[in-house]
Design a protein. Structure first.
Lengths: 127, 333
């Protein structure tokens, strides 16, 4: 019985780590830096970054802080504690509807960018 | 004064003021061009490049100002779009989604335009191509008078300014280097035609890249372009005295020579010529080239040297600008 609890705890921890890893990977790719480059900035091996992003390796608090500053995103957003609104700002949504031939992908990019700006806006010292 | 003229004057003034404000950043005018991506950084405006299909770029003002620009267009278009979007930001405009149309319209005529777009375009033109910079480039390269009426020098000027060929034609008119009809005539020539003419018989895989005609005036300068660009070195060679340019250095820096020609020059002595080498970058994106003119049997005793720094990492790829990413990796901030 005890074993079973331990196992489910372990698996939920792994799922959480994987979710964190996925958010880290997306944030890194969004600003266009490679795993090697981030590894160099954190002075850890590249395989450590791969491990973090796949959920195989625990992310230390100091590392998360550093990654948040590199990606210009709040720690709480990367850790999944806060959700950032994904909707387009009202004025942009209106324009996107009226703009001719705006592809679905372009609309998605605009939404992702608005989300990035919102998250970045909550980082202290940021614009 | 009608409201269009007023809008243009206002935007031009705001661009000039911004130049003054940013001039403290030493690198802003480096290499005879306005480094517009650096300007965005120094203004604290988030700038991201993404693969956008129908949009050239967008300016968002809410929740915070930010500029989004496509990766699917050449560097000169990316530069213009960033300047246009920064214009929206600097002029206090509302959000804007900008499509192909912003390139097609000249900011200086055609009155049925959205004033906000007209202003942003006038800002972009003034910010990217200030008169002083244009005059400086023309002076350095000896492009004056009649030469500015022919496509090759104007195209070469556009490359050094990091602007499109057509935008350069209009700017030359704006600053009274050309009349309107001269500018229109030049703008009607396609860049592809000019490139093809410069390359002679050589046909690259595509004509996306630019063709830099580099001569003595480019000595010790820095060229900023894109991966698919080609270089043509056109250097006087004192072959009568046995002096030849050594292009082995090109291969060492991963350039491939695709054409090697000599133009004879009638200098009265009949013993000198102009060496014309066309080269394509194989891989290396950032580097320094050092070519020497020497007697093959005395390579250490060069009479001339041609040094050129180059950065062919454009166009910008998805993510932050190359400038910001390099800065991050160097300073870690």
């Amino acid at each position: 019985m005890e074993d079973h609890t331990d196992q489910s705890q372990m698996s939920s921890e792994l799922t959480e780590r994987q979710a964190l890893g996925e958010r880290l990977r997306q944030a890194r790719e969004y600003i266009g830096v490679s795993q090697e480059e981030v590894a160099r900035l954190l002075q850890i091996p590249r395989t450590a970054i791969t491990g973090m992003e796949s959920g195989q390796r625990r992310v230390e608090a100091t590392e998360l802080k550093r990654l948040a500053s590199i990606y210009r995103q709040p720690i709480s957003y990367l850790s999944g504690e806060t959700e950032i609104e994904k909707a387009l700002p009202a004025d942009v949504a209106h324009m996107a509807r009226t703009a001719s031939e705006l592809s679905i992908d372009d609309r998605k990019e605009l939404g992702r960018f608005a989300e990035y700006l919102r998250a970045r806006g909550t980082v202290k010292g940021s614009v | 004064m009608n409201k269009e003229t007023q809008a243009i004057l206002h935007a031009t003034m705001v661009a000039a003021r911004l130049h003054k404000r940013l001039a403290k950043q030493e690198s802003l005018f480096d290499n005879g061009r306005v480094n517009v991506f650096e300007a965005a950084f120094h203004l604290g405006v988030p700038l991201l490049f993404r693969p956008l299909d129908q949009l050239l770029g967008a300016f968002l003002s809410d929740p915070a100002p930010g500029v989004l620009v496509t990766t699917k267009r050449p560097l000169s278009v990316q530069r213009f779009t960033v300047a246009h979007e920064l214009g929206h930001q600097q002029l206090g405009h509302t959000a804007s989604l900008d499509q192909e149309g912003i390139l097609a319209r000249s900011p200086y005529w055609g009155s049925k335009q959205d004033l906000q777009e007209l202003e942003a375009n006038a800002f972009a033109a003034a910010f990217l191509m200030p008169r002083s910079l244009m005059a400086q480039q023309c002076k350095r390269h000896g492009w004056i008078g009649l030469q500015l009426q022919s496509p090759i020098p104007v195209y070469q000027l556009s490359l050094r300014l990091g602007a499109s060929y057509e935008a350069t034609c209009w700017a030359l008119h704006r600053y009274d280097f050309l009349t309107l009809s001269q500018a229109k005539k030049l703008a009607a020539v396609s860049p592809k035609e000019i490139k093809s003419g410069l390359l002679g018989g050589y046909r690259p895989e595509t004509f996306w890249g630019d063709v830099w005609l580099l001569d003595e005036h480019d000595r010790e300068t820095k060229v900023s372009g894109s991966r698919s660009d080609l270089f043509i070195f056109r250097l006087p060679e004192h072959s009568g005295g046995g002096y030849l340019w050594n292009f082995d250095e090109l291969a060492k820096t991963e350039f491939r020579v695709v054409r090697d020609e000599r133009e004879s020059v009638d200098d009265g002595i009949g013993s000198n010529s102009v060496r014309r080498i066309t080269a394509e970058s194989e891989d290396r994106q950032v580097g320094l080239l050092r070519l020497t003119e020497a007697r093959p049997w005395q390579p250490a005793e060069a009479i001339h040297e041609f040094v050129l720094a180059y950065d062919l990492s454009g166009p910008e790829q998805p993510g932050e600008s190359i400038y910001e990413r390099r800065r991050l990796l160097e300073i870690g901030a």
